[in-house]
Design a protein around this ligand. Structure first.
Ligand code: CTP
Ligand code: CA
Length: 227
């Protein structure tokens, strides 16, 4: 008999998590990317699985391993991430941690772009990527609980509150990603949890500790919703 078995408050709950950066192709050998390591998103997926959730992680290209006990789908671009997330609906909750590229090139070249004498560098025409969180936050199959992140370098709270409303999220995890903080790629995170009625300031924690606290918060809220 397991006397000290871990409580599994999220058992039977399907939760989608996005993590990592996205890569937006320029041509077959080049892409636009960002500094996201996937550490925070993967830690959240692992923490939710530890509480018993059926976690579906949609991960952009990262150098870290798939978390154990989590079904992981690998994607490259924002459009692929959006399609993978939509295919996983319906779900009880969704947590959007990925640093999705805001723009992609309008037409990725089919062949490697060559330098041409006297022509100069290519002008990349950019278009906006779909907002995956906003799409799910306003979806007809919206999960009971929708959590987003807000990566900011200034006016953190104001911007987080605006994102909460615009994207139809229940919580925004606001973090300051200014270079000094070293959040992107680093092992620690200092966040504020913004909801419609509240701002909860968490101390400076490891990304694993942030993940555990967030998983507990999600479990508590799914319980109050009593699905
Ligand atoms: N997000 C998303 N799809 C996008 C852009 C962002 O799902 N195309 C999600 C992120 O995963 C995060 C939240 O939206 O949970 C906020 O991302 P962020 O980059 O902070 O905000 P943006 O809306 O992209 O605005 P900006 O970058 O201009 O601040
Ligand atoms: Ca963005």
């Amino acid at each position: 008999m397991l006397l000290d078995a871990q409580p599994r408050p999220l058992s039977g709950k399907k939760i989608i998590v996005t993590s990592g950066p996205t890569h937006e192709p320029i041509d077959p050998v080049r892409y636009i990317a960002n500094r996201s390591s996937g550490k925070q998103g993967h830690a959240i997926a692992a923490a939710l699985a530890k509480l018993g959730a059926d976690v579906r992680l949609v991960s952009g290209p990262v150098a870290i391993a798939d978390p154990s006990g989590v079904k992981t789908v690998h994607v490259e671009s924002a459009q692929e991430m959006r399609d993978a997330v939509e295919q996983l609906l319906p779900a009880d909750a969704a947590v959007f941690v990925a640093a999705v590229a805001d723009w992609r090139t309008e037409n990725a070249a089919g062949e490697k772009i060559k330098k041409v004498a006297d022509k100069g560098p290519p002008a990349l025409q950019m278009v906006e990527n779909p907002d995956i969180l906003a799409g799910v936050g306003h979806h007809k199959q919206r999960p009971y609980l929708v959590v987003g992140f807000a990566a900011e370098t200034q006016d953190v709270l104001k911007n987080a509150q605006a994102k909460l409303k615009k994207k139809g999220a229940d919580f925004i995890v606001a973090n300051d990603v200014s270079h000094e903080g070293g959040v992107m790629g680093g092992d620690r995170n200092r966040v504020r949890i913004v909801s419609k009625s509240d701002i909860d300031e968490w101390p400076d924690l490891t990304k694993e500790a942030v993940a555990e606290r967030l998983a507990d918060l999600i479990a508590k809220h799914l319980k109050t919703i009593e699905i």
